[in-house]
Design a binder for this molecule. Structure first.
Ligand code: PRP
Length: 177
């Protein structure tokens, strides 16, 4: 059986929704009329992306990319590769990468490099949460949601060994063990 970590509330679903709405307003201002492609990085971004696009009332497309990395476990520091690529061509398109969290920055840096080689018209990053204390490589977050402390967080798409993605609020795992 899995252990039961203690969770403490960090952001309520209302705080999250207010942040999603704020980010959507910024994205709308910049992308209206550009038919952007929003690319969610699986799995963590699925809930955020689903909520975000409900606030975007103009033509856009949705894509997902799935990565794998070796030697990560609960930490993220491994070698990254693409395990599920894109169905759409991004050359000449306005592309917005949607992340649930930027932690070390390695994932976003990889995705930006990978997509940048496909020559999009523009390439930006939207991140619901940001843990700057853990950064190993610089990442410019164009649409920035919530700054989080150097703690393991779960909920709203974020997991702890695949658990807790379904929680509507975001919590800190207090006793990771
Ligand atoms: C998480 C998260 C980001 C990445 C950020 O994904 O969804 O994609 O880590 O970490 P980084 O900035 O240190 O690279 P994870 O690899 O845990 O996979 P998941 O989304 O499937 O949970």
């Amino acid at each position: 059986m899995s252990s039961q970590p203690k969770l403490s509330l960090l952001f309520t679903k209302d705080e999250i929704q207010a942040t999603v709405k704020k980010l959507a307003a910024e994205i709308r201002r910049d992308y209206l009329g550009k038919q952007p492609i929003l690319i969610g990085v699986l799995k963590g971004s699925f809930m955020f992306l689903a909520d975000l696009i409900r606030f975007l009332d103009f033509p856009l497309e949705v894509e997902f990319i799935r990565l794998s990395s070796y030697g990560r476990g609960r930490e993220s520091a491994g070698k990254i590769k693409v395990v599920q690529g894109l169905q759409s061509k991004v050359k000449g398109r306005h592309v917005l990468v949607v992340e649930d969290i930027v932690d070390t920055g390695l994932t976003s840096a990889f995705v930006l490099d990978y997509l940048g080689k496909k020559k999009p018209a523009s390439l930006k990053v939207c991140a619901l949460t940001d843990k700057p204390s853990r950064r190993q490589t610089p990442v410019n977050i164009d649409y920035h949601g919530l700054t989080v402390p150097d703690k393991f967080i779960v909920g709203y798409g974020l997991d702890w060994d695949e658990r807790f993605r379904n929680l509507p609020d975001i919590y800190v795992v207090e006793n990771e063990g």
